[in-house]
Design a protein around this ligand. Structure first.
Ligand SMILES: Nc1ncnc2c1ncn2[C@@H]1O[C@H](COP(=O)(O)OP(=O)(O)O)[C@@H](O)[C@H]1O
Ligand SMILES: [Mg+2]
Length: 303
């Protein structure tokens, strides 16, 4: 929550969003707003960082995103025109059955693959306009990736896995070790720095992956079914951890799931089906649904 003081009149506004005009005297608040944004980013910069100089409300936007995979002669439409606007600092869940296009959408937003048609903007930047170097820079520093199968490097320790992206970002080795330890501490694995993935449980491996996603203080975390290989309780712990990071550092989280039980953390849910946005659910509707799910669980208990 930022407190914005109008430079022209005594009016003070408390806001989570972006206010560019004073509601009282109509003075231009853009500069004050940017200053407030910079101050907020400074304090939370060590875990995740939104170092944009703009005040775009949306950190990710897709317009008419289509992806058709070609399998020999056969064309598989995976996305059929997806428009989504994702707000800065939002915890967004993308929900849809297996094969609905969630991973394809992630690959486009994360710059891992290119759409057949349509555009994907990160802030105001059209990713299709970036050259290979710029795209690599964006992927390395702006986005942290978490996958269902953890994707840790098996011969490396937890600390080495977490510091690897820092090497690509050109961080010095002392700073790298210190930051790697801080991040592993943050995810509750301060005592497992030198364990290799096979010496860790699934939940612990995913925690290492969460720490790795934070390596270069990203503005966005993309989590593709992060709980898909975990049992219910461990999955909930990972979602709680992501929610905490979202609340404390302001990092935007976009998480794909097909598990309804994981929706509690979400600010919004985008339901996709057959490569299209089916509907968008808001927090108030999510609260209703959680109440309903909790009720159903109580009913299941033996009488
Ligand atoms: N590399 C690929 N080549 C061909 N078809 C693919 C490829 N990746 C995904 N698909 C197809 O695209 C559709 C969407 O897949 P995907 O995005 O992986 O869905 P989800 O992540 O929701 O399970 C599916 O029909 C899938 O078979
Ligand atoms: Mg998938």
């Amino acid at each position: 929550m930022a407190k914005i003081k109008c430079p022209k009149c005594p009016f003070e506004i408390e806001t989570d969003g972006i206010v560019t005009v004073c509601p009282e005297c109509h003075a231009d608040l853009t500069k004050v707003m940017e200053e407030a944004g910079r101050a907020a980013r400074k304090t939370r910069g060590s875990i995740a960082r939104d170092d944009s100089v703009t005040t775009h409300e949306f950190i990710v936007r897709t317009k008419g995103l289509k992806k058709i995979y070609k399998m020999g002669e056969v064309e598989v439409p995976a996305l059929r025109g997806v428009d989504v606007d994702i707000r800065r600092g939002e915890y967004l869940s993308i929900m849809g059955p297996s094969g609905s296009g969630k991973s394809t959408l992630f690959n486009m937003v994360g710059g891992l693959d290119k759409p057949t048609e349509g555009t994907c903007f990160i802030e105001a930047v059209d990713m299709a306009q970036l050259d290979a170097f710029e795209l690599a820079w964006l992927r390395c520093r702006k986005i942290g990736y978490i996958f269902q199968s953890f994707n840790l490097i098996p011969v490396m320790t937890a600390l080495e896995n977490v510091t690897l992206p820092m090497i690509f970002a050109g961080m010095g080795s002392d700073e790298m070790m210190e930051r790697g330890q801080m991040l592993l501490d943050l995810v509750g694995l301060g005592g497992r720095l030198h364990h290799k993935p096979y010496e860790l449980s699934g939940g612990q491996q995913q925690r290492v992956a969460v720490a790795r996603a934070l390596a270069n203080s990203p503005a966005i975390i993309l989590a593709d079914e992060p709980t898909g290989n975990l049992d219910l309780q461990t999955g909930k712990e990972i979602i709680d951890l992501l929610k905490e990071l979202n609340a404390e550092s302001g990092v935007t989280i976009i998480s794909a799931t097909h598990d309804l039980k994981m929706i509690d953390a979400s600010d919004r849910i985008i339901h996709i089906r057959d490569g299209e946005v089916e509907r968008i659910e808001l927090r108030s509707e999510i609260d209703l649904k959680i109440g309903h799910l909790a009720g159903a669980e109580e009913d299941e208990e033996p009488k």
